[in-house]
Design a protein around this ligand. Sequence first.
Ligand code: FAD
Length: 450
Amino acid sequence: MAAPLPFVTEPERRTPVGGEYEVVVLGGGPAGIAAAAAAAAHGRKVLLVERYGFLGGMGTAAGVTNFCGLHANVFGEIKRVVHGVSGDLTARIDRLGGLNEPHLVLGKTCAQAYDTAAYKCAADDLLLSRGVDILFHALAVGIVKDNERRLNALLVETKSGRMAMRGQVFIDCSGDGDLAAFAGAAFEKGDMLFPSMMFRLNQVDPERAGEAWRTVPALMQEAEKRGASFPRKGAILRPQKHTREWRVNVTQVKTSDGRPVDGTDAREFARGEIEGRKQALAFFDFLKREAPGFAEAYIVDIPPQLGIRETRRVTGQYRLTAEDVVGCADFDDTVGVNGWPLEMHVAGDVVWRWPDIPGSRGYNHLPYRMLVPVDANGEAFDNLLVAGRCASMTHEGQSAARVSGACFVMGEAAGTAAHLSLAGNARCPDIPAGTLQTALERGGVFLGRP
Ligand SMILES: Cc1cc2nc3c(=O)[nH]c(=O)nc-3n(C[C@H](O)[C@H](O)[C@H](O)COP(=O)(O)OP(=O)(O)OC[C@H]3O[C@@H](n4cnc5c(N)ncnc54)[C@H](O)[C@@H]3O)c2cc1C
């Protein structure tokens, strides 16, 4: 057994208060963007804290460049089912010329690609237009509480030093459940989806590349017969808005003992970045040699970070399950819908499970209780909500509702609930579902009810 690490004792410190807000949102991914935009639309004074210098979360920082879960296959007809804040955002990306038309995924539903630069700029504009205060380059490192159930301030480290950002309601959209973990919420982190290092190519010949997402996996199988090996089966290669630019989603990054790299383990995460870039180079080499249309291509971008699909799943009043997703579950406290299937990035492969298509409505409700974290005794907090890929779900449930569409839905619900909590002087867990649903529908959210 490894010897325990030694400790140092830091001197006690007085931390300046960097601001006083009604709503403090941690994380600028789809959930955080929607949470901040929704709370601010109701006139709340909102702060969004983000460790990078741009918004978008995995969608930009990890080079995802593609929205899944905005659409669902409703009894055989593919429809957009996520609106609200995400509608405003995609319209802004489109106005910047950075949004693709939706494309078919496995013949069953649609996803929609975008340019990262347009996403970053559109998200800035969206939040500024609603009066959100954005603190970039700020890493959240802890919290201060009034008592066991009530949070007072989020502690952040910035280039101007450590600051305490006071709030009345806090929303954890960090993807990793950092804020909820600081607050003492229960969480699970065991089974995790494998991460991937995305990358993008330029100077692809789109005519020759054709439907490479179909042909390249066959080339990989041929190469394997000759002794080549790949980190995972299948390959997602698709053109971006400008058809010579393609995104590539093929890598799978694991530890030396075969586990998924844990994005909340500093050393594993660091090693994962290097391994991810090595895999990207190796696959690019294969593409150039073997795949038509890629001979002149070059890597135009390896994103700022390894793409982390799953770490902590914060335990809430309800955990969304695989059965909920494939069975298109109904909940009385629905705050919107998830239309994406289970997409399990397991060792060496990606395994899908869909609701009945075309026999079902193709989406499940997302209940408000997923957003209400509890501690080890099952007690909720007065003023803490969680939204996005770290919300309350089982490992399988998370493989579906982690995608952007459902994260926008959860964020918008959490931001709206934060407003209602302040308006009604009520604890977050006590917001009446009907009041929340009315407010969400007024904002254009589709709750999935007839
Ligand atoms: C490789 C890969 C491919 C994917 N492909 C798709 C796809 O095609 N389509 C799709 O819709 N989804 C896809 N996903 C999933 C999707 O991108 C994410 O699950 C989604 O972005 C989650 O949104 P979120 O807002 O919950 O969290 P995130 O997007 O993870 O955003 C969290 C934000 O919080 C910030 N943050 C975290 N901790 C702190 C801290 N302590 N202090 C300050 N800031 C902090 C992060 O920097 C980040 O900006 C993919 C994910 C990966 C990894």
